[in-house]
Design a protein. Structure first.
Lengths: 61, 273
């Protein structure tokens, strides 16, 4: 993982980044999506700036 | 091939036998006059053009060789031509409508094909996902965006071992970026994007040369095992073709606020936002 933005304070300030992920083969993407959404809801408790409550993984298909 | 044989073989393709001799005589007479006036080379060209001028329905439809007179197809064709000639305006509207419809059809096919496959050039594209955001109120999606929080990347790395994540953003305005290598201007390009150092872990195939794990660790790196303007130029050209990102050696006119991030140039030949 890179270090360029790890110290940035605007982690949860503004949804203005394109985020792409590469998962290993045979990964259950629904499981990843569900868990990520759970984590985002937890994160929103600490960072009220998160106004959007659900992050979903899209294949762009 | 001399002119007479050329003329004979050309007319033989489409001209009915009963007309051929007369047309051929006229064309040859014209050819001889043109030879005296313009010379043989230009006369031959004019002969060819004059012959092609006879390739028209008035001549072709008198031909009995292409279709049998009583065949169904020839009947339909002659009926169609008669109908077109009888109702010129109506036929023009119909044919124009058909042409417009066909053009629209092919444009839609082109658009749908692109939308369905613009990201298929990535290696193992079925493993690649974009994190998007949806605003949910009372269980219903009220808003959605392709953008997400940069913190999601760290969240993924901390909680999903084996999953690579990268984030990047694109400047919406033209910043007037100039790429210079060894005091030589390589390329001028307006906008730029900022990306993290994990970019090539997610898109390893976009790194044409170099090691994905070590690329982009330094702000003054070029993503190439060799440091030469030629390599950089090649990379730039390839990137322009394949919509990938390029590390550059030096950046001018870059805002101070962006300068602490790794910077890439990006070309979107087929933009998708």
């Amino acid at each position: 993982m890179g270090t360029g933005w790890d110290t940035a304070t605007f982690y949860w300030d503004n949804p203005s980044f394109h985020t792409y992920v590469r998962v290993p083969k045979s990964t259950d993407i629904n499981l990843v999506q569900s868990r990520l959404n759970g984590l985002l809801i937890e994160q929103a408790k600490s960072f009220p700036n998160i106004v959007w409550s659900a992050g979903v993984l899209s294949t762009g298909k | 091939m001399n002119s007479e044989k050329l003329l004979e073989s050309l007319l033989g393709f489409f001209c009915p036998k009963e007309l051929r001799e007369e047309i051929e005589g006229d064309l040859l007479q014209r050819f001889r006059k043109d030879t005296d006036r313009y010379g043989i080379k230009r006369a031959k060209l004019k002969l060819l053009l004059n012959t092609i001028k006879f390739f028209r329905p008035g001549i072709i439809l008198r031909n009995h060789l292409s279709f049998k007179r009583n065949s169904m197809i020839s009947h339909y064709i002659s009926l169609s031509f008669r109908s077109i000639l009888r109702n010129k305006v109506f036929s023009l509207i119909n044919i124009t409508g058909l042409a417009v419809g066909l053009i629209a059809f092919f444009l839609i096919i082109q658009y749908v094909t692109f939308e369905m496959g613009f990201d298929r050039f990535h290696k193992d594209h079925e493993q690649l996902y974009r994190v998007v955001h949806q605003q949910v109120k009372n269980g219903e999606v009220t808003n959605s965006s392709a953008m997400s929080y940069i913190g999601i990347r760290k969240l993924i790395y901390d909680n999903f071992p084996g999953v690579h994540a990268t984030g990047f953003s694109r400047t919406p305005i033209d910043l007037g970026i100039t790429y210079i290598y060894k005091d030589k201007t390589i390329w001028n390009h307006g906008s730029l994007i900022s990306a993290d150092t994990a970019f090539f872990n997610v898109f390893p195939e976009l790194l044409l040369k170099g090691n994905p794990s070590t690329a982009l660790k330094s702000e003054k790196d070029i993503v190439s095992p060799k440091s030469s303007p030629q390599i950089l130029l090649e990379l730039t050209i390839l990137f322009m073709n394949y919509s990938v990102m390029c590390r550059i050696s030096r950046i001018l006119n870059m805002p101070r606020s962006l300068s602490r991030y790794p910077v890439f140039s990006k070309i979107f030949p087929r933009r998708h936002t």
